[in-house]
Ligand binder design. Structure first.
Ligand code: SF4
Length: 718
């Protein structure tokens, strides 16, 4: 499992495992076999010597008193969280027996459902032996759609591989649009590059319904309506074409469909028409459009938040085409970045063995876990889900429509296994909880979606207690189930070598040995990278697809357009009249999705009590004052929070930062009790921010003890 000896005293190179575009190169300081400190690698061009406020606490999290150290068997009712310790032999023996019974039972192996996401982004612990295991036993496939798929599919339809300027190029920009991204919280290693750009005269504009801590640091904040991003982009294109600012040479050489786009935006998307949809005055749209089209280089950083609504894929696709219209892709530091992950050409097929999937195996969308666990055909046809194996995820906190998810997790006919570090909201419902290692205790290799460096993670300490890497748990389980394929016995270093074993020129010379030596290696890409300056996109047409005929086959407009959020007044006035606030639930600064929620200094920093941010006008009409207890609700569920009355959110919007654990929340519910299982236009993604709610002041005490601290005035430092 650890074929190379651990360094007992010294500094060990690693990688941050979390779902963040920065994928920091981490240095782990070890004394006498114990990790004492983590730090960002000062030599890494993007990490630049610092980790974020969350991961700085990684050692504390690793040795946390609540850390799971032995397998646990449930002894109380599901959800109550009562367990007894057991041995690995007992746990693996029972799990293997139960899974084999289900495999050979009347419903067959598809009654087994894996459930995982980005609890670690590492290829070994996140998507290797686990995939081989489930493919070999014939379990249902999981569509891993909860975060990024709408944007990814949109980019694929438009440009092929996802690429864009990294922080190393972005510092050359003269105008930066931070569009639906809270950089200081969710992509903090871009900020030093933007600061350098600013020192050279660049202007930073935040486009966001919320004045986030990032927006507060920008030169300008444009508080658009949630989900109106595509409408704003179309109006900006209108100005570019109308005023002769479009780069016709670039469009003609590298795109298809630009004339149809031009005709559409000139005919339909004047700033005057867009103003109501976008929620900004016409003059502000005109000014933004002119500034964008006349400033070189211009860089747009968009992020995944803006694709979390019914039209999210189309929104990303439309925004992504702004630099094609203006020719900004030609410039160093110009263009737009959603993700750089397309630059990595790892051998994922060797790791995951998709060729083992039995033809005709059904796929269950993770966003619709509530339906999958409660409907007799899992909502997609076929057998009911009889076994759920959860790893690298906490669906009891992060999945939408949580009331339904809990109902499913409580089902007596469901056998649930959870691989975890802590007793999470999901683990409380498990039949078995298996202790998994953290990043300090196992091998891994990482790509990223915010720069272009491959990073190796070496284990720096022995596993805490009896915890095991995910890969090892699946290896042992395979053995106990009688699966004898040699590929189910590959150790972690072998898996890393397999991931790197490709003939793609961008991977040339990137070997395990080199990563052992250097820790991280840049993909073989030119310095001053301009991915679409002279593009050869791997789209069906070989061009940047402003017109994407494939989308028409999916029932979508093949040209960029605006699709309003499904629960907005534009799309469903009757629903919006009943639930007039659009609730956004972006990441809480000290948390990483549902990770770090139980780390005391970070929980204190976030305040134990959830907050609900409302514009003063919205608060006034509801008789809500700052600090009031409020109930936020819709037809799916409700949660409680303390009101923060602030002009940092625009009218018509409510904000509650997430993701919190229900078990640590007043009333035992969270924002995800109100979110929906509906899907995005592209890829079947989650629509967390397409969530219409109403809010009311709660006069009576909360259903459980108020564990919150005082609510402080919220301004720039949200
Ligand atoms: S979460 Fe992001 S910023 Fe924080 S250490 Fe990890 S990669 Fe770096």
């Amino acid at each position: 499992m650890t074929p190379l000896p651990l360094i007992r005293d010294g500094v060990v190179r690693g990688a941050c495992p979390h779902d963040c575009p920065d994928t920091c190169a981490m240095l782990v300081h070890v004394q006498d076999g114990r990790a004492v400190r983590v730090q960002g690698d000062p030599e890494h061009p993007v990490t630049q010597g610092f980790l974020c406020t969350k991961v700085n606490r990684y050692v504390e999290r690793t040795y946390h008193a609540d850390r799971l150290t032995v397998p646990l068997r449930r002894v109380g009712p599901k959800g109550e969280g009562r367990f007894e310790p057991a041995t690995w032999d007992e746990a693996l023996g029972d799990i293997a027996r139960r899974l084999n019974e289900i495999r050979s039972g009347p419903h067959g192996p598809q009654a087994i459902l894996p459930y995982s996401y980005a609890g670690t982004m590492g290829l070994v612990q996140g998507s290797s032996m686990d995939r081989r295991f489930f493919h070999r036993i014939g379990g249902s496939l999981l569509a891993r759609t909860i975060c990024s798929v709408a944007g990814s599919e949109a980019w694929k339809a438009t440009y092929g591989d996802r690429m864009g300027p990294t922080p190393e190029e972005a510092e050359h920009a003269k105008l930066v649009l931070l569009w639906g991204t809270n950089t200081l919280t969710s992509n903090p290693h871009l900020w030093p590059a933007l600061r350098r750009a600013r020192e050279r005269g660049a202007k930073l504009i935040a486009i966001d319904p919320i004045r986030t801590r990032t927006a507060a640091q920008c030169d300008q904040w444009l508080p658009i309506r949630p989900g109106a991003d595509a409408a704003l982009a179309l109006a900006m294109m209108h100005v570019a074409f109308r005023d002769g600012l479009a780069d016709i040479d670039y469009l003609a050489a590298h795109t298809i469909g630009w004339e149809a786009l031009r005709d559409r935006v000139l005919g339909e998307w004047s700033p005057a028409r867009a103003a109501d949809v976008v929620g900004l005055e016409e003059a502000r749209i005109e000014a933004l459009a002119a500034e964008y089209a006349t400033t070189r280089p211009s860089f747009i950083r968009l992020n995944y938040g803006l694709q979390r609504h019914a039209g999210g894929g189309m929104a990303v696709r439309t925004l992504s085409l702004l630099p094609a219209v203006t020719g900004a892709w030609r410039d160093l530091g110009g263009g737009a970045t959603l993700s750089t992950n397309g630059a990595f050409k790892m051998n994922n097929a060797a790791l995951e063995r998709p060729d083992w999937v039995i033809p005709g195996t059904r796929t269950i969308n993770m966003v619709q876990l509530g339906d999958a666990l409660t409907l007799p055909d899992a909502g997609v046809g076929g057998p009911p889900v009889q076994a759920l194996v959860v790893y690298n995820s906490n669906p009891g906190a992060v999945a939408p429509d949580l009331r339904k998810v809990r109902e499913g997790l409580r089902r007596e006919g469901l056998f649930t296994v959870v691989l975890e570090h802590f007793r999470t909201d999901t683990a409380d419902y498990a039949d078995w909880v298996l202790p998994a290692t953290t990043q300090l205790e196992h091998w891994d290799v990482h790509t990223t979606y915010g720069h272009v460096y491959v990073t190796l993670n070496r284990p720096s300490i022995e596993p805490v207690g009896q915890s095991l890497p995910n890969s090892e748990i699946f290896r042992r389980l395979a053995e106990r189930m009688g699966l004898d394929d040699p590929e189910l016995r590959d150790d972690d270093v072998t898996l890393i070598r397999q991931a790197l074993d490709t003939t793609h020129p961008w991977m040339e010379g990137i070997t395990f040995e080199r990563l052992m030596e250097d820790g991280w290696v840049r993909m073989n890409l030119p310095r001053d990278w301009r991915p679409y300056a002279d593009p050869k996109p791997n789209t069906p047409s070989g061009k940047i697809q402003i017109l994407a005929p494939e989308l028409e086959r999916l029932g979508l407009d093949p040209l960029p357009t605006y699709i309003p959020p499904a629960e907005s007044a534009d799309a469903d006035p009757a629903h919006a009249a009943r639930y007039p606030l659009m609730l956004l639930s972006p990441p809480e600064h000290p948390f990483m999705n549902s990770t770090f929620v139980n780390i005391p200094p970070l929980e204190r920093a976030a305040r134990a009590q959830a907050k609900l941010l409302l514009h003063p006008n919205e608060a006034a009409v509801r008789g809500i004052a700052a600090g009031d207890r409020v109930r936020t609700f819709n037809g799916r569920g409700d949660f409680w929070a303390r009101a923060v009355v602030t002009e940092d959110v625009r009218p018509g919007v409510a904000v509650s930062y997430g993701v919190r654990w229900a078990s640590r929340s007043d009333g035992g519910t969270t924002v995800n009790d109100t979110t929906s299982q509906a899907l995005t236009d592209m890829g079947g993604g989650a629509v967390f921010y397409d969530n219409a709610v109403e809010v009311e002041r709660v006069a009576a005490a909360l259903p459980t003890a108020d564990v919150g601290g005082e609510v402080e005035a919220v301004g720039a430092g949200v």
